[in-house]
Write a protein that binds this ligand. Structure first.
Ligand code: FAD
Length: 424
């Protein structure tokens, strides 16, 4: 009997340390010097680097990577439990060496990079000596990769890239950009001539690539392999989003419960009003359904592969967006006017829910994938009636008791009555 929802005591100790470290070190840094963990400013680094060192000393750096690549090799299930804590704090993923978009890019490099490519980019990325971005979406189309046009053409020992990309997160901050072309995935140093970063949007950049020349060795994985690499990258990224969303939803839920017990209206504490209780009960159910879905998916990845878990990963992606929207809305509502301000995390959390339903693939596309894959396990019913059409099933079942019905009038009457009741 292998069903078991418990956490090993040794790993629980790690989780307890992470929770206390995030509360005592990461959150204060976020509150007083927002962005310091990401900054290259030497004064900010002097604050953030010792925290990163503590994480490394504890063996918790680059949590998502296997042991042979320098991570602790926890696997996805343990990572999910850790992300339930890290996802509460804005810069915790950076302090633990697990921040997007670098994580997905590192996964691609780890899976498809040559030893030289790993030396050049993977290890510096792991140590946050450099930062990266991922250029896939184009202005004329995001959800449908057949609409992408950016292409690399071989010229001697170089590739020459031409195209335009939209919404490359942290592109202006990155040292290297993974550029998805229709004929391969290429690593492009940001300062290469021809890389032009538009002035807006500011965080997710619009980038033009005009006659950008990179050495032949900057092709990652096989020629024409960009879509396979992209799936590898995005599969991991999506489940990590969902893991961190569990943390956000739990934060909203905690805030909702605390406030419900603290505020009075119409003669009683608001937790005693039934509609507030409904909000709490629905949120509790949705939080735990999401959490179990994510943990089950993480467990499935550990016991098969990201590719074999893609239906579950897609389910996590649109479900986490929906649960985030619903629970953060209820929490915001229960905090009343205060909830609508930026004096608590709730307003930003609620505002981020549409983003969660778009980034790394829009809900509709994931839902279509899930429905398509799930339907592969089904067949149309053979005749005009569904398999569960009761009269037909009963006729078939009567054959099993044909001798008894023929021999015993009481039992025949009973069986006939059952048949009449469904007709009636
Ligand atoms: C915060 C954030 C960060 C991002 N970071 C990056 C990044 O680092 N690099 C990168 O390359 N991209 C990034 N993206 C872009 C992201 O990948 C795209 O936004 C996403 O793939 C959707 O593409 P689109 O925005 O062009 O929307 P569209 O493809 O234009 O879709 C718009 C809408 O059309 C409808 N629709 C589209 N297709 C279907 C369909 N098949 N069935 C039904 N309805 C459909 C849906 O309602 C959908 O919401 C990021 C996006 C966000 C929000």
């Amino acid at each position: 009997m292998a069903w078991d929802f418990s956490t090993e005591p040794e790993f629980q100790e790690q989780l307890d340390w992470v929770a206390q470290f995030c509360r005592n070190e990461v959150e204060p840094l976020d509150l007083v010097f927002p962005g310091a963990a990401y900054s290259r400013n030497p004064k900010a680094k002097a604050l953030a680097d010792p925290l990163k060192q503590q994480v490394k000393d504890r063996g918790l750096w680059a949590l998502f990577l296997d042991k042979d690549l320098g991570g602790p090799g926890f696997g996805q299930l343990k990572l999910a439990l850790l992300n339930e804590i890290l996802g509460r704090y804005r810069s915790a993923p950076v302090v633990f060496g697990t921040a997007a978009p670098d994580t997905g890019n590192m996964e691609m490099l780890a899976a498809y990079g040559t030893p030289e490519q790993k030396d050049k980019w993977l290890y510096p990325l792991m140590n946050q000596e450099i930062f990266s971005a991922y250029s896939m979406t184009e202005p004329q189309g995001g959800s449908d990769p057949t609409m992408f046009r950016t292409r690399a053409v071989r010229d001697g020992d170089e590739w020459v890239i031409n195209g335009e990309k939209w919404f490359t997160s942290a592109g202006s901050h990155a040292d290297i950009i993974f550029v998805m072309c229709v004929n391969g995935m290429y690593v492009v140093p940001r300062d290469t001539p021809g890389v032009e970063i538009m002035s807006y949007p500011q965080l997710h950049n619009h980038i033009r690539y005009t006659d950008v020349r990179v050495p032949a060795g900057n092709l990652l994985g096989p020629e024409d392999g960009a879509r396979v690499l992209a799936q590898r990258r995005l599969g991991g990224g999506r489940i990590h989003h969902a893991m961190r969303t569990v943390a956000q939803v739990k934060l909203a839920f905690d805030m909702m419960c605390e406030r419900a017990l603290s505020r009075e209206s119409h003669g009683k504490v608001i937790a005693e009003h039934q509609m507030v209780q409904e909000a709490i009960a629905d949120s509790y159910a949705e939080l735990n359904m999401l959490r179990l879905l994510v943990l089950w998916t993480a467990w499935t990845i550990d016991n098969s592969s990201t590719q074999q878990s893609r239906t579950q990963i897609a389910t996590c992606k649109y479900t986490c967006a929906k649960v985030l929207r619903e629970v953060s809305y209820r929490a915001l509502h229960i905090l009343g006017s205060l909830g609508t301000t930026n004096l608590t995390p709730l307003q930003a959390m609620f505002a981020s829910s549409p983003t969660m339903a778009i980034a790394d693939g829009v809900d509709e596309v994931h839902k279509a994938t899930v429905a398509r894959n799930v339907l592969k396990g089904y067949e149309p019913h053979p005749g005009i009636w569904p398999t569960e059409y009761i009269p037909a099933k009963r006729q078939e079942a009567r054959k099993k008791y044909a001798d008894l019905i023929a021999a015993d009038p009481d039992m025949a009457a009973w069986a006939d009555m059952a048949e009449r009741s469904v007709r009636g």
